[in-house]
Ligand binder design. Structure first.
Ligand code: BES
Ligand code: MN
Ligand code: ZN
Length: 474
């Protein structure tokens, strides 16, 4: 992990990155010859120019004629690219020099996000060389740099949790991780064990956990600062299936079960966002809820055709044990009712259908929150470039969940499966609610700019941006 610092001038040994405006190509850090070279490059549509004077790298980034989120995103990508060059050359520190604070932050964000690596299980870890990112800009406040550092740390934290295999990260261990995070960040946590979950009759969680050797946990994370601007909490729910075999409706291995340690990516979003709001000391009352279990297979497995009774009393005919996420989320969404929430946002690697619909480049979003909330969520989506595609919650899809013998089934048609899954969840809500199906973007098989291979932490930056902006709106 690299540290982001604020500084009046570049460090002695720093490599330099200059972010210049194409209309104003000048810098105290460039010679006349270098400026001429940059101008020529820009004329040829090259916007990243590299100088190497006796081992000292100078990278010049010229912001193209863009503005707003397009500019921010191209700077994040340029940050990731520059990071690659610095690490390849074994450089340890860099100064980003620009007049425009916003540009420096986006560039540093891309750089720091790209500098993530998960080396815990390598016996000879190859650490990235870059350790210090200095932002040299007159017009920047310490607070925005501190907040950026917290957002990076929180995204790293979510990536770490997703990258941890089930051999370490069980339903019990994820609670231990939450406890560590809560202590350091300054929020509280309550963990329900199997006996408590059973006494509450959380039938969805118990059914999914039935074949497991490891008991489920129900995790309640709470951040309630004295100066909170809201009385009703913002509630974040995260699917915490620490491993999904599919159960008796067993998954095939390649590109399916082999990546199913990622099925708690929603839980990782909740942990990352709780970490960020507490560390940023946002004056906001936020609660995180995570039901955690694996979806195992064994002699005690729940079976297709079984009827289970959910926490809210609804009976569900389980037509496919691989549609387990909605069962544990349903109990959690029912629990959220008694919190009288302002808004509930759930994050879940819920359906292959979402992946087939939009691939790994966006999150499928469905919900019934009012238009001001939706607009605000979409604004944040652009601000952080975590793209969302909204799908409808039409009643037609609820019809697919009709059961002959129970109140409903857990299995809709294959087509538009991300929608029938959301309709199932909707049944257990009675408050403004948004559902984020992150099955596509949560876990990627190879690096994509500042998104490293494996867990991406998608959802964390989106929610932190959204919640930060709610403070001002209250
Ligand atoms: N965890 C999976 C969804 C998933 C797929 C996550 C790909 C990440 C990448 C979920 O529990 C699941 O198995 N969903 C089934 C539901 C179906 C049986 C209705 C699916 O989408 O195939
Ligand atoms: Mn499944
Ligand atoms: Zn799953």
């Amino acid at each position: 992990m690299s540290q982001i610092k604020h500084s009046a001038k570049p460090g002695e040994k720093d490599q330099l990155i200059l972010i210049l405006d194409s209309k104003d190509l000048k810098s105290n850090f460039l010679s006349k010859e270098e400026i001429a070279f940059v101008k020529e490059a820009v004329a040829n549509k090259r916007f990243l120019v590299q100088f190497n004077n006796e081992g000292k790298l100078k990278l010049v980034i010229v912001s193209e004629e863009q503005s707003g989120w397009k500019l921010s995103e191209s700077l994040r990508k340029a940050g990731a690219k520059s990071l690659g060059i610095l690490n390849e050359n074994g450089k340890e520190s860099v100064s980003i020099i620009t007049e425009i604070a916003h540009n420096a932050l986006a560039f540093a964000e891309g750089m720091a996000l790209a500098n993530y690596s998960f080396t815990k299980y390598k016996s000879k870890p190859k650490e990235n060389s870059l350790k210090t990112i200095r932002i040299v800009s007159k017009n920047i406040d310490a607070k925005s740099i501190q907040n950026l550092s917290i957002i990076i740390e929180s995204t790293y934290l979510a990536r770490d949790l997703v990258n941890e295999p089930h051999s370490f990260l069980t339903s019990l261990q994820i609670s231990e991780e939450f406890k560590k995070i809560s202590k350091k960040a300054g929020f509280t946590i309550e963990v329900w064990n199997e006996a408590k979950i059973a006494s509450q009759k959380m039938g969805g969680i118990l059914a999914v956990n039935k074949a497991s050797k490891i008991p489920p946990t129900f995790n309640i994370l709470e951040y309630k600062p004295k100066n909170a601007v809201n009385k009703k909490p913002y509630v974040l729910v995260g699917k915490g299936v620490v491993y999904d075999t599919g159960g008796l409706s067993l998954k095939p291995t390649p590109k399916s079960m082999d990546i199913m340690k990622c099925d708690m990516a929603g839980a990782a979003v909740v942990a990352g966002v709780m970490n960020a709001v507490a560390k940023m000391e946002l004056p906001l009352y936020v609660i995180g809820l995570v039901p955690a279990t694996d979806n195992w297979i064994g002699e005690n497995s729940y079976a297709p055709g079984d009827v289970i009774t959910m926490y809210d009393g609804t009976t569900v005919e389980v037509m496919n044990t691989d549609a387990e996420g909605r069962l544990i989320l349903a109990d959690t969404l029912h629990y959220a009712k008694k919190l009288k929430p302002e808004l509930v946002c759930d994050f879940a690697t819920l359906t292959g259908a979402a992946v087939r619909a939009i691939g790994s480049y966006a999150t499928a979003v469905l919900g019934n929150a009012d238009d001001t909330i939706k607009t605000s969520i979409f604004e944040s989506s652009y601000a952080v470039f975590e793209r969302l595609v909204e799908f409808p919650l039409w009643e037609d899809y609820a019809k697919e969940l009709k059961s002959e013998i129970a109140d409903m089934t857990n299995l809709g048609k294959g087509e538009g499966g991300q929608i029938s899954a959301a309709k199932f969840l909707e049944h257990f809500t009675d408050y403004p609610w948004m559902h984020f199906d992150i099955a596509g973007p949560a876990f990627i098989d190879s690096v994509d700019s500042y998104k490293t291979a494996g867990g991406t932490g998608v959802g964390v930056r989106l929610m932190v941006d959204f919640l930060s902006k709610q403070v001002a709106k209250k």
